[in-house]
Design a protein around this ligand. Structure first.
Ligand code: F6P
Length: 322
């Protein structure tokens, strides 16, 4: 291969820039040109391409977001849109792609491979950590630490006012962020999509904790844990008990900010491995890290197989909530 493209797509994640840098620099070392594709699949359709040499990625390792910009493209969901994108890639002499993103990004990549035989290697970049084939996705660690910082602050005011707080964290249909941040933040209750927690159960747990002498509580709610999120869950608990509480939705602050060292190292490692894998002629795989080793998982499995949450951590959280 003489020229490859790299793009970020779907929700941005801290560490994506470190992955882009790793792609550009590894490819340069292999004597392969890199083209940066702007705005993910939307920009691919429009031919928004720019050269990405080793100097173009200087001073981005510490930056959140993605210098290539990102989008969720509706046009790419159509055959015509994908054919247009494939045409633009061929015109530009792009022979293979490194796709950085989550499951939507990889579903798009699979279509490009199937319909247009364009080789693609995936790099898992999403704060949700919901991809099978890697212990951690790029951006997860930063998002957890950002949410944790917010929860620590909320705990100060919760303790001072002797209040209960419902704090909603991101994660779409998965509870990885909630579980990790809930344990690290000492949450009294963690509501996860994978382990349904009813309003009744929450009401009973809060009542029991008041009886034990607790005067404030933090309830971490994964956005996918209850229809309508933390606000709706609070209303349901309030309807049962009349408890007062405050609700905080952390939202997109979890997606921004400078990546942690862990995310930068992961992104560098996976971006470099993806580039080597693609240039050596392998396609249709996601590069991940499992138990410290770089691994290859078919993209089809990465998007269809469900990564389980660790139930022993759910039990640990309950045990330590005291
Ligand atoms: O997939 C990342 C994520 O931040 C999810 O946690 C969240 O559900 C979703 O994206 C929000 O998407 P948007 O930024 O389009 O509102």
């Amino acid at each position: 291969m003489k020229r490859i493209g790299v793009y970020t797509s779907g929700g941005d994640a801290p560490g994506m820039n470190a992955a882009i840098r790793a792609v550009a620099r590894t490819a340069a070392g292999l004597g392969v040109e890199v083209v940066g594709i702007r705005r993910g699949y939307a920009g691919m359709i429009e031919g928004e391409f720019e050269p990405l040499g080793p100097r173009d990625v200087a001073n981005i390792i510490q930056r959140g977001g993605t210098i290539l910009l990102t989008a969720r493209s509706k046009a790419f969901l159509t055959e015509e849109g994908r054919a247009k994108a494939a045409g633009k890639l061929k015109e530009a002499g792009i022979e293979g792609l490194v796709a950085i993103g989550g499951d939507g990004t990889f579903r798009g990549a699979l279509k490009l491979i199937e319909e247009h035989r364009i080789p693609v290697v995936g790099v898992p970049g999403t704060i949700d950590n919901d991809l099978y084939g890697t212990d951690y996705t790029i951006g997860f660690d930063t998002a957890v630490n950002t949410a944790l910082d917010a929860i620590d602050r909320i705990r100060d005011t919760a303790a001072s006012h002797e209040r209960v707080f419902f704090i909603e964290v991101m994660g779409r249909h998965a509870g990885f962020i909630a579980l990790e941040v809930g344990i690290a933040g000492g949450a009294e209750i963690i509501a996860l999509p994978e382990v349904p927690t009813s309003p009744q159960e929450i009401a009973e747990t809060i009542t029991a904790s008041f009886k034990k002498g607790k005067r404030s509580s933090i309830i971490v709610v994964a956005e996918g844990a209850y229809p309508g999120g933390a606000q709706a869950l609070f209303k349901a608990v309030h309807g049962l008990t009349g408890f007062e509480a405050r609700v905080t939705v952390l939202g997109h602050i979890q997606r921004g900010g400078s990546p942690t060292a862990k995310d930068r190292v992961l992104a560098s490692r996976l971006g470099a491995a993806a580039t080597r894998t693609l240039v050596e002629g392998t396609s249709g795989v996601m590069i991940g890290e499992v138990e410290g080793e770089v691994t290859l998982t078919p993209l089809s499995e990465a998007v269809t197989k469900k990564k389980p949450i660790r139930l022993e951590l759910v039990d640990l959280a309950k045990e330590l909530a005291g």
